[in-house]
Ligand binder design. Structure first.
Ligand SMILES: [Zn+2]
Length: 50
């Protein structure tokens, strides 16, 4: 799935093997949590913004 880095908004392509993992953004080198699904993604972004 494609996700946006929450720190710098870079588009990242995450393969299935990365679902649920935490990766380092190649642009800003912050950690990005890859969600398990698209629905989970919306949930996580909301949760992280509060
Ligand atoms: Zn980034």
């Amino acid at each position: 799935m494609k996700i946006n880095c929450p720190h710098c908004d870079l588009k990242l392509e995450a393969g299935e093997e990365l679902y649920g993992e935490v990766v380092e953004c190649p642009s800003c080198h912050q950690t990005v949590a890859i969600p398990f699904s698209e629905e989970d993604r919306q949930l996580q972004i909301k949760t992280r913004c509060t």
